[in-house]
Design a protein around this ligand. Structure first.
Ligand code: NAI
Length: 283
């Protein structure tokens, strides 16, 4: 199979817009589907801002040339001729299974890859609602998508090797990303290691063992991390940290994945980190 030219993305939020951007920057023709006119407008504005910034920094020659390759629409039928579709809608199992049923009806290319960017929903749950689970897999990007190089490739037990290899060719050969292979387990590789680390730092602070500042300074200066685990939690968003911890705990039932009470109380209080102006630090 040749290179991928016709790309579809569903959802033009934080991740969907990033995925559409990198696909278009690599020369692909991209159709993005949003759920309403207002959301499509917001998605397009997100793309314009990000591409404008890339142009100002000299990372791309022309934002408008890249934007011309992207169409943001509200009709899923526009995905009929796509070779790869990446789903990046809300992290809700019912919404995603409903969407995969529809994609299965709509996408006509018999070799098309139907991918999900989910962080925590088993890929298998989405594969089995389609008539072609051998072509359904996880392609998990990292935020911000235009900047972070990593993509986790997540075949389910029913995904064909050919599908995974075609996805690898697309993300590595065309998008300029680097892929790692993961099994279809909660957290894949990165979150399964990162989240318990962040939870341990929260437990350490909660027990009075060390302050947030000292924990973070320790990891930055003593282990050469670019930022400490509590600053990182603020960046990810404490609600997201809690949600990923819950899905890991649900899957493995290991205490190291259990969200500590302080995290739950901070989420209840709305102290969600950077996006709320306050988390472990004040912004
Ligand atoms: P977001 O909330 O920024 O964007 C979701 C978008 O999907 C919204 O614009 C919404 O209008 C749209 N949408 C919802 N239902 C839709 C439907 N049925 N059809 C079309 N559009 C629909 O969310 P975000 O952060 O971009 O996350 C998207 C997915 O990516 C989730 O599955 C999440 O777990 C995953 N993810 C998120 C990461 C992050 O750092 N935020 C990192 C890696 C994966």
């Amino acid at each position: 199979m040749g290179s991928v030219q016709q790309v579809g993305v569903v959802g033009c939020g934080l991740m969907g817009a990033g995925i559409a951007e990198v696909a278009a920057r690599s020369g692909g023709n991209v159709v993005v589907v949003e759920s309403s006119d207002d959301a499509a407008k917001a998605g397009l504005a997100r793309l314009e801002t990000s591409l404008g910034r890339a142009e100002a920094k000299g990372k791309i020659e022309s934002a408008s040339v890249v934007l011309d390759r992207i169409e943001v629409v509200t009709d899923l039928e526009a995905l009929a001729d796509r070779e790869v579709v990446v789903e990046a809608i809300v992290e809700d199992e019912d919404a995603k299974t409903a969407l995969f049923r529809r994609l299965d009806e709509i996408v006509t290319d018999p070799g098309a890859i139907l991918a999900t960017n989910t962080s925590s929903i088993p890929v298998m749950k989405l594969g089995v609602v389609t008539s072609r689970p051998q072509q359904v897999m996880g392609i998990h990007f990292f935020n911000p998508v235009p900047v972070l190089k990593l993509v986790e490739l997540v075949p389910s037990l029913l995904t064909a090797d050919e599908t995974t290899e075609r996805a690898r060719g697309w993300v590595e050969g065309q998008l300029g990303k680097q892929a790692i292979d993961c099994q279809d387990r909660a957290g894949f590789v990165v979150n399964a290691l990162l989240i318990p680390f962040v939870l341990s730092a929260i437990r350490m602070m909660e027990s009075g063992f060390a302050t947030a500042e000292d924990i973070d300074r320790g990891l930055v200066l003593g282990a050469a991390h670019p930022q400490g685990p509590l600053a990182l939690a603020d960046l990810i968003g404490l609600d997201t940290v809690q949600a990923v911890a819950e899905s890991l705990y649900e899957e493995f039932k290991e205490p190291l994945y259990a969200a500590p009470p302080l995290l739950a109380r901070m989420v209840d209080a709305g102290l969600l980190g950077r996006k709320a102006g306050r988390g472990f630090y004040t912004y």
